[in-house]
Design a protein around this ligand. Sequence first.
Ligand SMILES: [Zn+2]
Length: 247
Amino acid sequence: MRSLTVLGCDGSWPGPDGAGSGYLVQAAGTSILLDAGPGTFSQLQKRADPRGVSAVVLTHVHPDHWTDLESFATWAGYGPGRARFRDAGGRPLTVFAPPGLRPRSSYAGASWLDWQELAPSMVVSVGSLQARFCATDHGTPTLAVCLLHEGAALAYSADTGPGWSVEELGSDIGTFLCEATYTQDREGSFLHLSGREAGTMARAGGVGRLILTHRWPTVAADDVRREAELAFGQPVEQASTGAVFDW
Ligand SMILES: [Zn+2]
């Protein structure tokens, strides 16, 4: 009934055969594309009909999180999506994005995109889902998001350093999709999290389940998972392209 499909989860740049950050979140007939990193529109087409996407939510301007919006918008304006999103009788594709992102798009003025600017503490409704946001610790304005459906809560850290906490999104998080870019030997080198930091945050926030994502393609998955499990005190799952999680 509620699913999270990973379209891409490589941190900062896509590795061989990988894709940047992108997730299809579905609940009761509503589909949200959460981030749209490079390679994710290709993965979306393999797994769902993009005509069914209700809205796109972009967390920040870094290219590994949004540049395939350009592919989606081209498809929606000139390709097979035209009748659904652009032509008479269609409805524009809603794109939620923080300030500063829209001007970077080739489709900033496209009639078939309905741009909506996000701010921290906003709450928006998309079909059967509600989304609430808060600012993370990532230098450039970045929004973490919590998606809610019939009492279930899925939180996504977007990109963040350790100055943010999942508790800022609420105390009712069932599933926490959290970035864990590298291992603890790199802590403090960038505004990202290690596996240890992600596990520590998830434990403090009392989340039900932790799924790691946004690992650099050059970092070993097992190393990140092991230190996250040690800190979280429970088994931890890892995102991989094509993986589907219930929430
Ligand atoms: Zn990133």
